[in-house]
Structures are given as structure tokens and as C-alpha cells.
Design a protein around this ligand. Structure first.
Ligand code: CP
Length: 302
């Protein structure tokens, strides 16, 4: 790979190869750890714990040197643009830039610039895509079932503002899963109809093999939705009553951070069918597989 910016750019075979490599790495497959003279910078202009720190862990496990970058003490504070920041990182010899930014498709001008030699990894672009989260989610489902075709997978909640939902809807449908959607009507869009059917939460929980809950993205909302949040768990969330109606083998997922007792009853975060902690662990291996593919692409290009 030259860059990793959207799952839509990957073939199904490339996605499956990345999942399988991530699973091998999890089982202890030895990676060529030392990547001497390979430098990565993690540029996070939106808050992050999991994506930022698991990329950092993945880079360290692969022996990649990390160039520290703290937006609040950088020249971003003097008004320097993302483009000029990445141009600078490239000029000083950085090979890989992992970037999260609020601007949708921020990566387009970076990957098309003849002056920027860094490989770009999208750590989340506004409400656009979250491809590394998608890969770790797919890995988690594949570990459980070993296939995607015919699985009933629900994506529930704040679909409109969720980049995780956009990446997952696309890839799960493409891999042959039956996608079901649920959540408040104001957070649905007509364009989602191509990926899956809307089903009320009470009808949905009895049918699914996987339920993926989404975080209510307060920071992207115009108003506070206080009355919606007060009743959210009972109307649209997964509470203990609904969880008991799920198939014995069904799993629950959430990209986290979880708004406890909003999209998911707090007591269910670590319940037997929850794979939320597994998702966090898998994030390191999925990101190692992405980095390996990027390094292989750079080596091939010379
Ligand atoms: N799931 C996810 O992207 O979490 P962070 O925002 O903490 O990176």
C-alpha cells in the first residue's frame, strides 16, 4: 500500500489479507521488528485515546522511531496549515504520518502532492471514514465467526455523525454480510438505504449475530438533544432486557469511548458477549498489519 486513507480503496482480498496478517501477529507471528531509519509521526488534531495510542504501540512493536508531535506546542498554533505541517514532516525525513483531523477527506491534497513523500494513514477524518477502526472491527468479527457472508450485523445509533459507521456499512455489505440499521430517525440518511434496512431495536436484537453500537457524538451536534439523551437507552440503546433476548452466540461491539447508560447499559460493557475490550486489543495488531503493508509498499517503490 502507498497510503491507507479509506477502506473503499481496498479490494476484498486486500482487506482479508490484512485481517489474516493481524490475526497472525496476535498469535505471536514474529514481525521483522527492526525497521532502522524508519520514522513515523502521529498528528492528532481531534481527541483520541485508542487510535492514537494503539498506533503508537504498533509502531513501537515494529521498531519504528516515533517523532513526537504535540499540536498545542506546534506551529499549528501560529496558523500553519495541515498541508504545510505534513510538508515539513516529509522534508525532515518522516516516512509515515498517521493523521486525525476534523476535515472530511483532509488526506486528498496530501496524497496528491508531489512534494510530500510521507505515506498517509487516516486515523479518522471528521464524519468521513475511520478505516483502521473498520479493519479492527472486521478482525474481531472474523475471529468470532471466520466469515462474513450471510452474517446479520446491526449498526445502531448516531449513524449520521459516525465515520466508523460509514466505513463499516460499506465494507460489511461488500463482504456479504446482511446489514441492519437502527437508531433515532434524525440520525439516518437516505444514502444509508443502499447498505441496509432500518429495523426497530426490539425487533433487531433477536435476529442479529453482531450488534455494533455507536457513540452518541455530542461534539458534532448542533444542539444538546437533552430530552433525546434522557430516553435514549430505553428507545435506541442496548439495556439488560434487550441483551437477554439476543441469540446465545451473538456478540456486542462498540468502537468506544462508550457513553455508559446512553447507548449501552453500563453493566453490559464487560459482559460475556461484549467484545469491546477485544476490539481495543485487536486495534494494535490491525494497525501493525496496516503499517507492515505500508512499509512493504515503500520498500517496493524504492
Ligand atoms: N474508537 C476510537 O476511534 O477511539 P478514540 O477516539 O479514542 O481513538
Amino acid at each position: 500500500l502507498d497510503h491507507f486513507v479509506s477502506v473503499e480503496d481496498l479490494t476484498n482480498d486486500e482487506v482479508l489479507q490484512l485481517i489474516k496478517r493481524a490475526s497472525q501477529l496476535k498469535k505471536g507471528s514474529v514481525s521483522p521488528k527492526a525497521n532502522p531509519n524508519l520514522y513515523a509521526v502521529n498528528l492528532f488534531f481531534e481527541n483520541s485515546t485508542r487510535t492514537h495510542k494503539s498506533f503508537e504501540m504498533a509502531e513501537k512493536k515494529l521498531g519504528i522511531d516515533i517523532i513526537d508531535f504535540e499540536p498545542s506546542t506546534s506551529s499549528i498554533k501560529k496558523g500553519e496549515s495541515l498541508y504545510d505541517t505534513v510538508l515539513t514532516m516529509s522534508a525532515i525525513g518522516t516516512d509515515i504520518a498517521v493523521i486525525r483531523d476534523s476535515k472530511e477527506s483532509f488526506y486528498t491534497e496530501l496524497i496528491n502532492s508531489p512534494s510530500i513523500n510521507c505515506s498517509i494513514i487516516n486515523g479518522g477524518d471528521g464524519t468521513g471514514q475511520h478505516p483502521s477502526q473498520c479493519l479492527l472491527d472486521l478482525m474481531t468479527i472474523y475471529e468470532e465467526y471466520g466469515y462474513f457472508k450471510g452474517l446479520k450485523i446491526a449498526i445502531v445509533g448516531d449513524l449520521k455523525h459516525s465515520r466508523v459507521a460509514k466505513s463499516n456499512m460499506h465494507m460489511l455489505k461488500r463482504l456479504g454480510a446482511e446489514v441492519l440499521l437502527s437508531g433515532p430517525a434524525e440520525w439516518m440518511e437516505e444514502t444509508f438505504d443502499q447498505y441496509g434496512q432500518y429495523v426497530e431495536m426490539d425487533d433487531l436484537v433477536t435476529q442479529v449475530d453482531v450488534i455494533m453500537l455507536l457513540r452518541v457524538q455530542h461534539e458534532r451536534h448542533q444542539s444538546t438533544h437533552a430530552s433525546l439523551i434522557d430516553t435514549y437507552l430505553d428507545k435506541y440503546g442496548l439495556n439488560e432486557t434487550r441483551e437477554k433476548k439476543m441469540k446465545p452466540t451473538a456478540i456486542l461491539m462498540h468502537p468506544a469511548p462508550v457513553n455508559r447508560d446512553v447507548e449501552l447499559q453500563s453493566s453490559l460493557v464487560e459482559c460475556d458477549r461484549s467484545r469491546i475490550v477485544t476490539q481495543m486489543s485487536n486495534g494494535v495488531y490491525a494497525r501493525m498489519a496496516i503499517l507492515e503493508a505500508i512499509i512493504a509498499g515503500r520498500n517496493k517503490a524504492g
